[in-house]
Design a protein around this ligand. Structure first.
Ligand code: FPP
Length: 239
């Protein structure tokens, strides 16, 4: 299938809203957590596939600021799955030369999760292949708000003048300013919305929506999304 993809028009940055774990489980008469557990398997599969295809950055919406309002047991389970995933997948990340990154209000995560995350980020920091960027306790509006606060602080401290502020200033104060803007945004499970995901970085992204639920989203579905991306013409506001 890889051969059908045009290598020179490969999206550099793919971002995915992994939606539909709960519905997948319910449809099968299983508890919601089974959907999340199956979802983690797809995180592994899609990460490896992306690295093999030559994607430079893969951003995954793993936990939103809004997800904090879910029942405490579900939050606990998601954090446990994340910690297990980080521990188990470290060898795979090393093998595929993947560098882990995270963005969001990470200080809100349980301490053990923060620790595991930092450890994995450090251990993979010398890898030079694909960046796997996990959005955790993340909200796009929160990110822009946090950037505004950092900029205001610099102005207050006399390190920045108001007339110097432009789009590059805002970009430089986002959580992960080193990452390029998103080229292809994928959302699974049939919902047609952005749900506060990477609002700034998605400004010129191509959107791809699929009814496939995240636990059913396989490598072939990723390739289908990239093929659709490659068939589109991007003009960035030009003609
Ligand atoms: C959406 O399904 C999915 C989430 C809220 C979390 C995504 C998390 C994972 C795939 C597992 C943990 C992540 C990593 C990186 C190991 P939903 O529960 O909103 O589904 P629903 O809309 O059908 O209820």
């Amino acid at each position: 299938m890889k051969n059908h993809l045009s290598q020179h028009k490969l999206p550099k940055h793919v971002a995915i809203i992994m939606d539909g774990n709960g519905r997948w489980a319910t449809l099968k008469g299983l508890p919601r957590w089974e959907g999340h557990r199956e979802g983690v398997k797809r995180v592994k599969e899609i990460t490896e596939a992306s690295a093999e295809l030559g994607i430079e950055v893969l951003s995954l919406y793993a936990f939103s600021t809004e997800n904090w309002s879910r029942p405490p047991e579900e939050i606990e389970l998601l954090m446990m799955l994340l910690e297990e995933y980080l521990e188990r997948e470290l060898p795979t990340m090393m093998e595929h030369n993947i560098r882990l990154s995270a963005m969001g209000r990470l200080f809100r995560l349980p301490e053990s999760t923060q620790k595991k995350l930092q450890e994995t980020i450090e251990k993979t920091s010398k890898n030079t292949g694909m960046i796997l960027n996990l959005a955790l306790s993340y909200g796009g509006q929160a990110e822009i708000t946090d950037a505004c606060a950092k900029i205001a602080k610099e102005v207050k401290e006399g390190r920045l003048r108001i007339d110097e502020i432009d789009e590059n200033t805002v970009k430089a104060h986002l959580y992960r300013p080193e990452l390029p803007e998103v080229d292809l945004l994928i959302r699974t499970s049939g919902e047609i919305r952005l749900s506060n995901f990477m609002l700034w970085q998605n400004a010129y992204a191509e959107f791809y929506f699929t009814p496939v639920l995240w636990p059913d989203f396989r490598k072939g579905d990723l390739i289908k999304a990239i093929l659709e991306y490659q068939s589109r013409e991007r003009r960035f506001g030009g003609v």
